[in-house]
Design a protein around this ligand. Structure first.
Ligand code: BDP
Length: 328
Protein backbone atom coordinates (compact mmCIF):
# COMPACT_ATOMS: atom_id res chain seq x y z
CA UNK A 1 0.00 0.00 0.00
CA UNK A 2 2.64 2.40 1.15
CA UNK A 3 4.83 1.34 -1.71
CA UNK A 4 2.05 1.87 -4.20
CA UNK A 5 1.43 5.45 -2.95
CA UNK A 6 5.13 6.06 -3.15
CA UNK A 7 5.42 4.85 -6.70
CA UNK A 8 2.28 6.75 -7.70
CA UNK A 9 3.83 9.89 -6.27
CA UNK A 10 7.08 9.15 -8.01
CA UNK A 11 5.20 8.60 -11.23
CA UNK A 12 3.36 11.89 -10.87
CA UNK A 13 6.62 13.65 -10.11
CA UNK A 14 8.26 12.14 -13.16
CA UNK A 15 5.35 13.30 -15.28
CA UNK A 16 5.68 16.83 -13.91
CA UNK A 17 9.40 16.81 -14.60
CA UNK A 18 8.81 15.56 -18.12
CA UNK A 19 6.33 18.34 -18.81
CA UNK A 20 8.71 20.96 -17.41
CA UNK A 21 11.57 19.59 -19.48
CA UNK A 22 9.44 19.68 -22.61
CA UNK A 23 8.40 23.22 -21.76
CA UNK A 24 11.93 24.49 -21.41
CA UNK A 25 13.05 22.56 -24.45
CA UNK A 26 10.56 24.63 -26.42
CA UNK A 27 11.95 27.91 -25.16
CA UNK A 28 15.15 28.69 -27.07
CA UNK A 29 17.85 30.68 -25.32
CA UNK A 30 19.48 32.85 -27.95
CA UNK A 31 22.87 34.50 -27.49
CA UNK A 32 23.44 37.69 -29.41
CA UNK A 33 26.75 39.16 -30.57
CA UNK A 34 27.28 42.91 -30.61
CA UNK A 35 30.57 44.77 -30.90
CA UNK A 36 29.31 48.14 -29.68
CA UNK A 37 29.08 49.55 -26.15
CA UNK A 38 26.00 50.41 -24.10
CA UNK A 39 24.06 53.36 -25.43
CA UNK A 40 25.36 53.07 -29.02
CA UNK A 41 22.47 53.24 -31.55
CA UNK A 42 23.02 49.63 -32.66
CA UNK A 43 23.12 48.41 -29.08
CA UNK A 44 19.91 50.18 -28.12
CA UNK A 45 18.18 48.84 -31.24
CA UNK A 46 19.47 45.29 -30.80
CA UNK A 47 18.27 45.27 -27.21
CA UNK A 48 14.88 46.48 -28.38
CA UNK A 49 14.86 43.64 -30.92
CA UNK A 50 15.64 41.09 -28.20
CA UNK A 51 12.92 42.40 -25.91
CA UNK A 52 10.26 42.69 -28.61
CA UNK A 53 11.02 39.28 -30.14
CA UNK A 54 10.82 37.63 -26.74
CA UNK A 55 7.46 39.29 -26.03
CA UNK A 56 6.04 38.59 -29.48
CA UNK A 57 6.91 34.89 -29.24
CA UNK A 58 5.50 34.76 -25.71
CA UNK A 59 8.88 33.74 -24.37
CA UNK A 60 9.47 30.90 -26.79
CA UNK A 61 12.62 32.75 -27.82
CA UNK A 62 14.62 34.25 -24.97
CA UNK A 63 17.32 36.55 -26.21
CA UNK A 64 20.36 38.00 -24.53
CA UNK A 65 22.65 40.51 -26.19
CA UNK A 66 26.35 40.42 -25.29
CA UNK A 67 27.72 43.90 -25.91
CA UNK A 68 31.21 45.30 -26.35
CA UNK A 69 32.53 42.41 -28.44
CA UNK A 70 32.90 40.13 -25.39
CA UNK A 71 31.99 37.16 -27.61
CA UNK A 72 34.98 37.86 -29.87
CA UNK A 73 35.87 39.68 -33.08
CA UNK A 74 33.46 39.87 -36.00
CA UNK A 75 35.27 37.40 -38.29
CA UNK A 76 35.19 34.84 -35.45
CA UNK A 77 31.56 35.64 -34.66
CA UNK A 78 30.54 35.05 -38.29
CA UNK A 79 32.00 31.55 -38.04
CA UNK A 80 30.25 31.04 -34.72
CA UNK A 81 26.87 32.06 -36.09
CA UNK A 82 27.37 29.67 -39.02
CA UNK A 83 28.01 26.91 -36.51
CA UNK A 84 24.99 27.96 -34.44
CA UNK A 85 27.19 28.75 -31.42
CA UNK A 86 25.88 32.33 -31.56
CA UNK A 87 22.20 32.74 -32.43
CA UNK A 88 21.93 36.34 -33.58
CA UNK A 89 24.10 39.37 -34.26
CA UNK A 90 24.47 42.83 -35.70
CA UNK A 91 27.23 42.50 -38.29
CA UNK A 92 28.82 45.07 -40.54
CA UNK A 93 28.63 43.65 -44.07
CA UNK A 94 32.31 44.41 -44.79
CA UNK A 95 33.74 41.29 -43.16
CA UNK A 96 30.85 39.21 -44.54
CA UNK A 97 32.44 39.23 -48.01
CA UNK A 98 35.09 36.57 -47.39
CA UNK A 99 32.29 34.17 -46.30
CA UNK A 100 29.50 35.19 -48.69
CA UNK A 101 31.20 36.44 -51.90
CA UNK A 102 28.14 38.20 -53.33
CA UNK A 103 28.13 40.57 -50.35
CA UNK A 104 31.59 41.84 -51.39
CA UNK A 105 29.66 44.17 -53.65
CA UNK A 106 28.72 46.20 -50.57
CA UNK A 107 32.40 46.76 -49.86
CA UNK A 108 33.13 48.37 -53.21
CA UNK A 109 34.21 51.98 -52.57
CA UNK A 110 31.71 54.63 -53.66
CA UNK A 111 29.13 52.00 -54.63
CA UNK A 112 26.25 54.06 -53.28
CA UNK A 113 25.81 57.76 -53.92
CA UNK A 114 24.28 58.20 -50.48
CA UNK A 115 22.50 56.55 -47.58
CA UNK A 116 19.07 56.94 -49.22
CA UNK A 117 20.13 54.86 -52.17
CA UNK A 118 21.58 52.25 -49.81
CA UNK A 119 18.21 52.06 -48.03
CA UNK A 120 16.33 51.65 -51.31
CA UNK A 121 18.62 48.82 -52.34
CA UNK A 122 18.77 47.00 -49.02
CA UNK A 123 15.09 47.32 -48.17
CA UNK A 124 14.22 45.99 -51.62
CA UNK A 125 15.38 43.42 -54.14
CA UNK A 126 19.12 43.78 -53.49
CA UNK A 127 18.67 43.15 -49.77
CA UNK A 128 16.68 40.01 -50.56
CA UNK A 129 19.39 38.76 -52.91
CA UNK A 130 22.09 39.26 -50.26
CA UNK A 131 19.91 37.49 -47.71
CA UNK A 132 19.44 34.52 -50.05
CA UNK A 133 23.21 34.27 -50.58
CA UNK A 134 23.81 34.46 -46.83
CA UNK A 135 21.21 31.80 -46.11
CA UNK A 136 23.17 29.39 -48.28
CA UNK A 137 26.02 29.92 -45.81
CA UNK A 138 23.86 29.44 -42.73
CA UNK A 139 23.03 33.06 -41.90
CA UNK A 140 19.60 34.68 -42.18
CA UNK A 141 19.46 38.49 -42.59
CA UNK A 142 16.27 39.93 -41.10
CA UNK A 143 16.83 43.67 -41.31
CA UNK A 144 19.43 46.27 -42.21
CA UNK A 145 20.98 48.86 -39.91
CA UNK A 146 22.78 52.06 -40.90
CA UNK A 147 26.47 52.55 -40.59
CA UNK A 148 26.69 55.98 -42.21
CA UNK A 149 29.69 56.56 -44.40
CA UNK A 150 33.26 55.76 -43.53
CA UNK A 151 36.09 58.26 -43.88
CA UNK A 152 39.84 58.11 -43.41
CA UNK A 153 41.51 59.34 -40.23
CA UNK A 154 45.11 59.35 -39.15
CA UNK A 155 47.61 60.73 -36.68
CA UNK A 156 49.82 62.56 -39.21
CA UNK A 157 48.01 65.07 -41.43
CA UNK A 158 44.75 66.00 -43.15
CA UNK A 159 44.12 63.96 -46.30
CA UNK A 160 42.89 66.05 -49.22
CA UNK A 161 43.98 63.92 -52.19
CA UNK A 162 44.65 60.21 -52.75
CA UNK A 163 48.42 60.79 -52.92
CA UNK A 164 48.36 61.94 -49.28
CA UNK A 165 47.74 58.32 -48.31
CA UNK A 166 51.03 57.22 -49.87
CA UNK A 167 53.28 55.31 -47.54
CA UNK A 168 50.84 55.37 -44.65
CA UNK A 169 49.50 52.31 -42.87
CA UNK A 170 45.75 52.16 -42.36
CA UNK A 171 43.81 49.58 -40.42
CA UNK A 172 40.93 48.12 -42.41
CA UNK A 173 38.17 45.62 -41.65
CA UNK A 174 38.74 42.02 -42.63
CA UNK A 175 38.27 41.97 -46.41
CA UNK A 176 40.86 41.96 -49.22
CA UNK A 177 38.84 44.66 -51.00
CA UNK A 178 39.74 47.15 -48.28
CA UNK A 179 43.43 46.24 -48.55
CA UNK A 180 43.16 46.86 -52.30
CA UNK A 181 41.30 50.12 -51.68
CA UNK A 182 44.09 51.57 -49.51
CA UNK A 183 46.68 50.10 -51.85
CA UNK A 184 45.12 51.89 -54.82
CA UNK A 185 46.00 55.17 -53.09
CA UNK A 186 49.56 54.05 -52.43
CA UNK A 187 48.98 53.19 -48.80
CA UNK A 188 49.27 49.99 -46.84
CA UNK A 189 45.96 48.45 -45.71
CA UNK A 190 46.17 46.19 -42.70
CA UNK A 191 43.22 44.05 -41.59
CA UNK A 192 42.93 44.11 -37.81
CA UNK A 193 40.27 43.45 -35.17
CA UNK A 194 38.25 46.52 -34.17
CA UNK A 195 39.26 46.08 -30.53
CA UNK A 196 42.97 46.40 -31.35
CA UNK A 197 42.83 49.64 -33.30
CA UNK A 198 43.04 52.13 -30.44
CA UNK A 199 46.21 50.63 -28.99
CA UNK A 200 47.74 50.27 -32.45
CA UNK A 201 47.09 53.92 -33.21
CA UNK A 202 48.57 54.96 -29.88
CA UNK A 203 51.74 52.94 -30.31
CA UNK A 204 52.16 53.90 -33.96
CA UNK A 205 51.77 50.34 -35.26
CA UNK A 206 49.35 51.96 -37.71
CA UNK A 207 49.05 55.59 -38.84
CA UNK A 208 45.32 55.59 -39.29
CA UNK A 209 42.06 53.77 -39.85
CA UNK A 210 38.68 54.55 -41.38
CA UNK A 211 35.23 54.64 -39.89
CA UNK A 212 32.05 56.65 -39.40
CA UNK A 213 31.80 59.44 -36.80
CA UNK A 214 29.99 57.37 -34.13
CA UNK A 215 32.65 54.63 -34.09
CA UNK A 216 35.52 57.13 -34.37
CA UNK A 217 34.05 58.77 -31.28
CA UNK A 218 32.85 55.76 -29.20
CA UNK A 219 36.23 54.02 -29.46
CA UNK A 220 38.20 57.20 -28.63
CA UNK A 221 40.19 56.73 -31.82
CA UNK A 222 39.90 60.49 -32.26
CA UNK A 223 42.25 60.93 -29.32
CA UNK A 224 44.98 58.88 -31.00
CA UNK A 225 44.38 59.96 -34.63
CA UNK A 226 43.07 63.48 -34.74
CA UNK A 227 42.91 64.17 -38.49
CA UNK A 228 39.53 63.07 -39.84
CA UNK A 229 39.13 63.66 -43.59
CA UNK A 230 35.65 63.39 -45.06
CA UNK A 231 36.35 60.97 -47.92
CA UNK A 232 33.10 59.03 -47.37
CA UNK A 233 34.55 56.24 -49.47
CA UNK A 234 32.38 53.45 -48.08
CA UNK A 235 28.69 53.23 -47.25
CA UNK A 236 28.27 49.73 -45.88
CA UNK A 237 25.00 48.54 -44.37
CA UNK A 238 24.87 46.25 -41.36
CA UNK A 239 22.60 43.28 -40.85
CA UNK A 240 20.54 41.94 -38.02
CA UNK A 241 21.25 38.27 -38.57
CA UNK A 242 20.13 34.98 -37.09
CA UNK A 243 21.86 31.61 -37.29
CA UNK A 244 19.94 29.51 -39.81
CA UNK A 245 20.23 26.56 -37.42
CA UNK A 246 18.33 28.53 -34.75
CA UNK A 247 15.93 30.10 -37.25
CA UNK A 248 14.82 26.76 -38.70
CA UNK A 249 13.73 25.58 -35.26
CA UNK A 250 11.05 28.30 -35.04
CA UNK A 251 7.47 27.93 -36.21
CA UNK A 252 6.45 30.08 -39.18
CA UNK A 253 4.47 32.33 -36.80
CA UNK A 254 7.45 32.86 -34.53
CA UNK A 255 9.71 33.53 -37.51
CA UNK A 256 7.30 36.24 -38.65
CA UNK A 257 7.21 37.75 -35.16
CA UNK A 258 11.01 37.76 -34.82
CA UNK A 259 11.41 39.29 -38.29
CA UNK A 260 8.95 42.05 -37.48
CA UNK A 261 10.81 42.81 -34.26
CA UNK A 262 14.07 43.02 -36.22
CA UNK A 263 12.57 45.38 -38.80
CA UNK A 264 11.05 47.57 -36.10
CA UNK A 265 14.45 47.74 -34.43
CA UNK A 266 15.97 48.92 -37.72
CA UNK A 267 13.61 51.91 -37.69
CA UNK A 268 14.82 52.76 -34.20
CA UNK A 269 18.46 52.24 -35.16
CA UNK A 270 18.24 54.49 -38.21
CA UNK A 271 16.61 57.27 -36.22
CA UNK A 272 19.15 57.04 -33.40
CA UNK A 273 21.95 56.74 -35.96
CA UNK A 274 21.11 60.05 -37.62
CA UNK A 275 21.15 61.78 -34.23
CA UNK A 276 24.36 60.10 -33.11
CA UNK A 277 26.24 61.00 -36.30
CA UNK A 278 25.70 64.69 -35.61
CA UNK A 279 26.42 64.37 -31.90
CA UNK A 280 29.60 62.37 -32.51
CA UNK A 281 30.97 64.90 -34.97
CA UNK A 282 30.49 67.61 -32.35
CA UNK A 283 32.06 65.45 -29.66
CA UNK A 284 35.21 64.62 -31.62
CA UNK A 285 35.69 68.23 -32.66
CA UNK A 286 35.24 69.37 -29.08
CA UNK A 287 37.70 66.65 -28.11
CA UNK A 288 40.44 68.03 -30.35
CA UNK A 289 39.90 66.29 -33.67
CA UNK A 290 40.48 68.28 -36.87
CA UNK A 291 37.85 67.50 -39.47
CA UNK A 292 38.54 68.50 -43.06
CA UNK A 293 36.31 68.43 -46.12
CA UNK A 294 37.70 66.81 -49.24
CA UNK A 295 37.04 69.20 -52.10
CA UNK A 296 37.92 66.83 -54.91
CA UNK A 297 36.09 63.62 -54.08
CA UNK A 298 36.15 62.65 -57.74
CA UNK A 299 39.91 62.16 -57.42
CA UNK A 300 39.33 59.49 -54.75
CA UNK A 301 36.66 57.89 -56.88
CA UNK A 302 39.00 57.85 -59.87
CA UNK A 303 41.72 56.25 -57.74
CA UNK A 304 39.33 53.35 -57.09
CA UNK A 305 39.03 52.49 -60.79
CA UNK A 306 41.63 49.70 -60.64
CA UNK A 307 39.81 48.17 -57.65
CA UNK A 308 36.62 47.98 -59.70
CA UNK A 309 38.36 46.70 -62.80
CA UNK A 310 40.09 43.97 -60.88
CA UNK A 311 36.89 43.05 -59.04
CA UNK A 312 34.87 42.82 -62.23
CA UNK A 313 37.58 40.77 -63.86
CA UNK A 314 37.40 38.30 -60.98
CA UNK A 315 33.60 38.41 -60.68
CA UNK A 316 32.17 38.99 -64.15
CA UNK A 317 28.93 37.28 -63.10
CA UNK A 318 28.24 40.13 -60.64
CA UNK A 319 28.52 42.96 -63.19
CA UNK A 320 24.79 43.16 -63.96
CA UNK A 321 23.79 43.09 -60.32
CA UNK A 322 26.25 45.89 -59.51
CA UNK A 323 24.76 48.03 -62.29
CA UNK A 324 21.28 47.25 -61.02
CA UNK A 325 22.21 48.35 -57.50
CA UNK A 326 23.80 51.54 -58.76
CA UNK A 327 20.55 52.32 -60.57
CA UNK A 328 18.36 51.80 -57.51
C1 BDP B 1 31.86 50.04 -37.12
C2 BDP B 1 30.87 48.93 -37.35
C3 BDP B 1 31.35 47.66 -36.71
C4 BDP B 1 32.72 47.31 -37.21
C5 BDP B 1 33.64 48.48 -37.02
C6 BDP B 1 35.03 48.20 -37.55
O1 BDP B 1 29.61 49.28 -36.83
O2 BDP B 1 30.46 46.61 -37.00
O3 BDP B 1 33.22 46.21 -36.54
O4 BDP B 1 33.12 49.64 -37.62
O5 BDP B 1 35.62 49.09 -38.16
O6 BDP B 1 31.44 51.20 -37.78
O7 BDP B 1 35.53 47.09 -37.34
Amino acid sequence: MLNLTKSLKAGAMAAVLAVTAAGSALAADWRGWNIHPEGYPNTVALEQFAKDAEAATEGRVKMQVFNGGVLGSQPDAIEQIQAGAIDFANFNMGPMGPIVPLTNILSLPFLFTGVDQMHRAMDGAAGDAFDAAMQEKGIVALAWYDSGSRSLYNSKKPITQPADVEGMKFRVMNNQLFVDMIGAMGGNGTPMAFSEVFQSLKTGVIDGAENNYPSYESTNHFEAAKFYSITEHLIIPECVCVAKASWDKLSAEDQAAVKKAARDSAQTQRRLWAEREKASRKMVEAGGATVNEVADKAAFQAAMQPVYENYLKENPDQADFIKQIQGM
